[in-house]
Design a protein around this ligand. Structure first.
Ligand code: GLU
Length: 390
C-alpha cells in the first residue's frame, strides 16, 4: 500500500513538474473579478516596418497630441510613424488585432480587459504587447455649471456623454455610474460622444455632463471652458473606494488649478495609465530601438507636457498581465529596470517581481499599488506633482 502511495505521489510530482516546465504555452490568469481565464502565449513576428501606423484617440484628446510629438521626436532615417485619429483604446487594440495599426496608445485597464477577454471583450486579444506606461490619464466627469451636477448620483435623469465608440473612456464611465448605484439603462440618458462632440454638446446644452479619460489638461475641456462654465465633478470617497476595490487599475488622482485654471477646490477622482503597445508582428530589434529612444531621447521629455511625467522606474508597475514585448524587455534589462533571464520573464508582472528599482519592489503591480492606495499617495499623483513642480 505504501509503495502504491509513494508511486502516486511520485507521479503527481512528475506531472506537476511537467506542467510547470510546459507552462509557457498558456498563461492561467485570474481576472479582477476573480474569473479564471487562459491566455495563449504570444507568437512574435520579425517585421521591420518602414511606416508604423499608430492608433491614438480623438484630435482634441491627449493621445493624439502626445503620440504626434513624442513619435516625431524618435523618428529615424529607417522608419517613421503615421499617427491616426481613432475612437480610443478599444478601437486601437482591435485595430492592432486586425492589422490596421502597428503601435498604439491605450489605457492600461482596457488593455488588460482585452488581453484576458473580460469586461466587455468577448475573447482574449493577444496580438499586442506592452512597451511602456507613459503618463496618468485622469477620469474626468465634466458637467456644465448650469446642470447643477455636484456628485455622480446627480447624474440621475441627466444627459451624459460616455466616451466615443471604441474608447476606453466608455469603460470608466460605465464603471463609475454603476459604482454610484445608478442603473445605466433607466436612471440617465447616455450618449456615445467623442471628446469634441461631448464639448459641443455641453456647450449647446444637449448634454449636461460627459466623461473624459485623458491626460490633463485635456484640450477638449480647456477649449470648452473658454466659452462655457464647467466643473469637474468630485467622485466622492464611496465611489472611489468602490472603484479601486473592484477594478485594481484605478489610483486616486486630485485635480487642482494646476490641471485647469477654472478648478477652485481640489477635486478627487481616479486615474489609470496611458500605455504604448505594439503589434507582436514587429521585430525585437525595432521595438528595442523604439523603446530605447523613447527613454533616452531628451526631446521626448520636452516635446509635450506629458513627456515630463514619464518615469522609467515606475513604467512597468501598471502593465498587469499583458506581456512586455521582447524588444522592450531587452531594453529594460539593459537599462537595469529588470533583472534576470529574459527568457523566463514572460510578463511584466513576473519581471517586476525581480526588479531592482525600489519603487517596483514595493509596488510590483498596479493591483498591489491600488491596494495600497491612500488619499495621500498614488503613483499618478506623484507623477502629476513632479510635473507641476516643473
Ligand atoms: N483614454 C481615452 C480612450 O481610450 C483617449 C484619451 C485621449 O485621446 O487622450 O478613450
Amino acid at each position: 500500500m505504501k509503495k502504491v502511495l509513494a508511486l502516486i505521489l511520485a507521479l503527481t510530482f512528475c506531472i506537476a513538474c511537467f506542467a510547470a516546465c510546459t507552462g509557457n504555452t498558456t498563461n492561467e490568469t485570474t481576472t479582477a473579478a476573480g474569473e479564471e481565464t487562459t491566455v495563449a502565449d504570444a507568437v512574435y513576428g520579425d517585421t521591420k516596418f518602414d511606416t508604423i501606423k499608430v492608433g491614438t484617440g480623438g484630435t482634441t484628446g491627449t493621445y493624439y497630441a502626445f503620440a504626434t510629438a513624442s513619435l516625431q521626436a524618435i523618428t529615424t532615417d529607417a522608419y517613421g510613424f503615421e499617427v491616426v485619429s481613432t475612437g480610443g483604446s478599444q478601437a486601437n487594440i482591435e485595430g492592432i488585432e486586425d492589422g490596421d495599426y502597428h503601435f498604439a496608445t491605450v489605457q492600461n485597464d482596457v488593455m488588460n480587459y482585452a488581453y484576458k477577454g473580460v469586461n466587455g471583450f468577448t475573447a482574449p486579444i493577444t496580438s499586442f504587447s506592452a512597451v511602456a506606461c507613459i503618463y496618468p490619464e485622469v477620469v474626468q466627469l465634466v458637467a456644465t455649471a448650469s446642470s447643477g451636477i455636484k456628485t455622480v448620483a446627480d447624474l440621475q435623469g441627466k444627459m451624459v456623454g460616455i466616451g466615443d465608440t471604441g474608447s476606453g473612456t466608455y469603460y470608466n464611465a460605465i464603471q463609475i455610474i454603476e459604482a454610484a448605484g445608478l442603473d445605466i439603462e433607466n436612471d440617465l440618458k447616455t450618449t456615445a460622444a467623442s471628446f469634441s462632440d461631448a464639448a459641443a454638446g455641453l456647450k449647446d446644452g444637449s448634454l449636461d455632463a460627459a466623461f473624459v479619460t485623458a491626460g490633463t489638461p485635456t484640450t477638449a475641456i480647456t477649449e470648452l471652458a473658454t466659452s462655457t462654465d464647467v466643473v469637474i465633478v468630485d467622485l466622492g470617497e464611496d465611489v472611489i473606494n468602490a472603484l479601486v476595490e473592484e477594478y485594481p487599475f484605478y489610483t486616486l488622482y486630485e485635480v487642482t488649478d494646476a490641471d485647469y485654471t477654472f478648478v477652485e477646490e481640489t477635486v478627487k477622482t481616479v486615474a489609470i495609465m496611458a500605455t504604448y503597445v505594439v503589434t507582436n508582428e514587429m521585430s525585437e530589434d525595432q521595438v528595442y530601438e523604439i523603446t530605447k529612444n523613447l527613454w533616452e531621447n531628451e526631446d521626448v521629455k520636452t516635446c509635450h507636457a506629458k513627456g515630463a511625467q514619464m518615469d522609467i522606474n515606475t513604467t512597468l508597475n501598471g502593465i498587469g498581465d499583458v506581456p512586455l514585448h521582447p524588444g522592450a524587455e531587452k531594453y529594460y534589462i539593459e537599462a537595469g529596470i529588470l533583472e534576470g533571464d529574459a527568457a523566463e520573464e514572460t510578463t511584466a508582472e513576473d519581471a517586476a517581481e525581480e526588479t531592482t528599482a525600489e519603487e517596483a519592489a514595493e509596488e510590483t503591480t498596479v493591483e498591489e499599488a491600488a491596494e495600497e492606495t491612500t488619499a495621500e499617495e498614488t503613483t499618478a499623483e506623484e507623477a502629476a506633482e513632479e510635473t507641476t513642480a516643473e
